[in-house]
Design a protein around this ligand. Structure first.
Ligand SMILES: Cc1cc2nc3c(=O)[nH]c(=O)nc-3n(C[C@H](O)[C@H](O)[C@H](O)COP(=O)(O)OP(=O)(O)OC[C@H]3O[C@@H](n4cnc5c(N)ncnc54)[C@H](O)[C@@H]3O)c2cc1C
Length: 415
């Protein structure tokens, strides 16, 4: 018996923030698009720099309505405490989700297979056996992509974290909104510059923020390969709070276990299925963020979809490479190489090195360090930030910066 089939121009697989944003931008351009995904809850705490949403199509003029808690300054503790005067907020996930799904044809299902015979429409097979026939398929099912091939390369590093939401902000600095508190956590003994509790030799920072249901305190490994399991961070988190781990868990309104791939491979450009969002390696290699990047990129990719649909007969599959190119335009691929280099460098630094690095980083003018934190910053700007950091570093830091592959580093920095 033939399974139920439906024809459509574009299928977006994956109904997370990236897929929903892309489907929304497609709808805004009159594209015949279906968003497919299991409609799971968006339970992660998604934060963003508020100005990263400036001019974002799906957000419109009303950025504030998409954000829950916001702070106008946020602290960083390295050698010296610094206040960053750049508004930072947490998405109100249910508002974001309904805004991005507004007017979108959403099929609640998992995709189990995609078949792409040459010259024919793609067949997207859903878990109930029904099929969608599409001219273009875009996979936004999270990293690693399930239906698009990724480039081979180094395995990702992992940002992992263990967080608790407490009813009230703890006393002292932990009750202040903090992006990164790199100060060491003392257990019994140990040297003053290293954390002596929790996983040995692993640099972590504490991230603290007001959230909708209380106050988030999260112990975070910036980057590690292989991943440090989030639960291994509980003793350090508890020591930071001056509590026993069991008491911290008992007092927590909820817990958050975080595993984010950093520098996850980008997709191969020339293949039938296009990837987008985290599935396409959009998670920034230093910050672990991708939501605002996906929101910014969705209109650009939807424009490429319009162009691709218009340049082939109405029943035929489209040239997916045009759309893939819009996901990672060549200039952003170069920026990504620089970010990957920066990540490898961070992975080699010890506690002191990381503190020195971020101390220098956040001493740069805000527009410069902000630009480094976006995947869609032109490579000349990313290289400019790296050059400035290099010049402002001590000789020992410079030696470490050059200890990876100096030729690559120099070549990457060339305009
Ligand atoms: C705990 C946590 C906290 C994070 N915090 C931040 C943050 O503060 N700011 C930030 O910018 N980034 C953050 N990230 C990183 C990243 O931005 C998120 O992972 C984000 O969810 C990526 O969005 P996405 O839509 O690309 O992928 P996902 O959110 O992973 O969405 C993929 C979707 O595809 C669906 N799916 C999977 N398989 C199939 C299938 N076979 N068929 C159909 N659908 C499928 C899933 O159900 C899911 O809804 C965080 C990540 C985690 C894990």
């Amino acid at each position: 018996m033939t399974p139920p089939q439906r024809g459509v121009d574009v299928v977006v697989i994956g109904d997370g923030p990236a897929g929903s944003a892309l489907a929304s931008s497609c709808v805004a351009r009159g594209i015949d698009v279906v968003l497919v995904g299991p409609d799971e809850r968006w339970s992660a705490t998604y934060s963003t720099w508020v100005d990263d949403l400036d001019g974002v199509e799906a957000v419109g003029a009303d950025v504030q309505s998409l954000l829950g808690e916001q702070v106008s300054t946020i602290a960083v503790f390295t050698a010296e405490p610094v206040s960053l005067h750049r508004p930072y907020g947490i998405f109100d996930n249910s508002t974001l989700r309904s805004r991005l799904r507004d007017g979108v044809d959403h099929v609640t299902a998992k995709v189990v297979a995609v078949r792409s015979p040459r010259g024919e429409r793609h067949t997207v097979v859903l878990v109930d056996g029904s099929e969608l026939r599409a001219r273009l398929v875009i996979d936004t099912s999270g990293w690693p992509s399930k239906f698009a091939r990724l480039r081979e390369g180094a395995p990702p590093a992992w940002q992992t974290a263990m967080g608790v939401v407490l009813a009230e902000p703890p006393p002292g600095d932990l009750g202040r909104a903090t992006l990164m508190d790199f100060r060491p956590v003392k257990g019994t003994g140990g040297d003053d510059r290293r954390s002596s509790v929790g996983p040995t030799g692993v640099t972590t920072f504490c991230y603290t923020l007001p959230v909708r249901d209380g106050w988030l305190v999260e112990e975070t490994v910036l980057a590690a390969r292989p991943a440090i399991e989030p639960i291994a961070l509980l003793p350090r988190l508890a020591a930071r709070l001056g509590r026993h781990p069991d008491d911290v868990l008992a007092d927590a309104i909820r817990t958050e276990y975080v595993r984010i791939p950093l520098g996850g491979a980008r997709p191969v450009l020339d293949q039938p299925v296009v990837a987008f969002g985290a599935a396409a390696g959009y998670v920034h290699a230093a910050t672990g963020f991708s939501v605002a990047s996906s929101l910014r990129a969705a209109p650009r990719v939807a424009d490429a979809v319009v162009a691709a649909l218009g340049s082939s007969p109405s029943e035929s599959p489209v040239d997916s490479s045009v759309v893939a190119e819009s996901v990672w335009p060549i200039e952003f691929r170069r920026s990504r190489l620089l970010h990957d280099y920066g990540l490898e460098l961070l992975l080699r630094l010890d506690d002191d090195g990381i503190r020195a690095f971020f101390g220098a980083f956040f001493s740069l003018p805000v527009d410069q360090w902000s630009s480094y934190m976006r995947i869609d910053t032109p490579p000349s700007d990313v290289a400019g930030v790296m050059t400035k950091l290099f010049r402002s570093s001590s000789w020992s830091m410079r030696r470490r910066l050059m200890s990876g592959n100096p030729t690559t580093f120099a070549r990457l920095l060339r305009p």
